[in-house]
Design a protein around this ligand. Structure first.
Ligand SMILES: [Zn+2]
Length: 347
């Protein structure tokens, strides 16, 4: 499976100061994934700026203009935890644009890779159609999904979001759209508060939003079980022409923004399962970086994902140990998820 990276050289231009989502998250990641790329002879592509028309497939004109103007006059707080600084608009265009570079490269007869991992910030999955929130300016995943649909003519696109927070923005944009399946694993309850099992889509989009709210304390086992029992079978039945992964690593046991117990092996397993699904269908896979806020562990976690989608052996030495498994109510939750989803899918 040929994989590679899309990188955003201008990422430090989105200045957020001492905020958890800051320019210091990625230097260590890029060093480690750069070594992997050299060792396995994998391509490293450069981002490009998305066009305003690309953003407008997912966002309102009001929102795009609001972010542009806020950045120009920045630093400005767009919500309680989302800042725009003078170069944030350009960097956000490149963050979304990196997603489009990745989609272009893994699709079509001229495709140059089976999968690509875009190391991008600002992240995207909390940005709704008309507002920035939760460190996110534009929903890179929704922009990429709509581009694949409308620009490349791919009939069905799936978005799998394993960031520890619910991808409320991506869900909001795609909620009534039956051509894009949105599947989210997230800790519940946790910011932003949405993502309960009964949020399944609306109108023609009913049944095409799949939420797996994971109890606090969930780790590798629960996530892999959730993939095998719910996400995998639904992806199979939906039969997409492209798989987009919103890859946030803030569910790691050593990440302080949540209380999940995933390890590097768990992220490797999720990435590998996603890549095996894509390979079994002969479709492209694009992983877009979302959260992950411990700069000491993020290089290892992103390496685990890169190895998982690329099919090379990971080196997971140095990972933090997961605590002993406790009874957290996961099996009862899985029964509830299955009961809701069985109205739409064979699960
Ligand atoms: Zn997150």
């Amino acid at each position: 499976m040929k994989t590679g990276l899309v990188i955003l050289r201008e990422q430090a231009g989105h200045e957020t100061g001492s905020h958890p989502e800051n320019a210091n998250r990625f230097p260590g990641v890029l060093d480690r994934l750069g070594e992997d790329s050299m060792k396995h002879d994998l391509p490293i592509l450069e981002s490009r700026e998305a066009l305003v028309e690309d953003l407008l497939r997912a966002h309102t004109e009001y929102h795009v203009e609001n972010v542009r103007a806020a950045a120009e006059n920045g630093p400005t707080w767009l919500d309680g935890d989302t800042v725009a600084s003078p170069h944030s608009y350009e960097v956000a265009l490149r963050s979304a644009g990196a997603s489009l570079v990745a989609v272009d490269a893994v699709t079509g007869p001229e495709k140059s890779a089976d999968s690509l991992f875009a190391i991008i910030r600002p992240p995207g999955h909390h940005a709704t159609a008309d507002r920035a929130m939760g460190f996110c300016l534009f929903s890179n995943a929704a922009v990429a999904a709509r581009y694949a649909r409308e620009q490349l003519g791919i009939d069905r696109v799936a978005v799998l979001d394993w960031d520890v927070h619910h991808g409320n923005g991506t869900q909001d944009i795609l909620y009534d759209d039956p051509s894009v399946l949105f599947v989210s694993f997230h800790q519940w309850p946790l910011y932003p508060g949405s993502g309960w099992i009964d949020e399944v889509g609306v109108g023609e989009g009913r049944g095409f939003t799949v939420n797996l709210p994971m109890p606090p304390g969930s780790g590798d086992l629960e996530h892999i079980e959730g993939f095998n029992a719910i996400a995998g079978p639904i992806l199979d039945q939906f039969n997409p022409g492209l798989l987009i992964v919103s890859a946030g690593q803030d569910g790691h046991v050593a990440d302080e923004l949540a209380s999940q117990n995933l390890t590097a092996a768990g992220y490797h397993g999720l990435a590998q399962a996603s890549a095996e699904f894509a390979a079994s269908r002969g479709i492209g896979l694009v992983a877009l970086h979302e959260g992950g806020y411990n700069p000491n562990t993020l290089p290892l976690l992103d390496h685990a994902i890169y190895a998982g989608i690329g099919g090379f052996a990971p080196d997971l030495a140095g990972d933090a140990p997961a605590p002993e498994t406790e009874e957290i109510g996961w099996h009862e939750r899985l029964v509830q998820i299955r009961r809701i989803q069985s109205a739409y899918w064979a699960v």
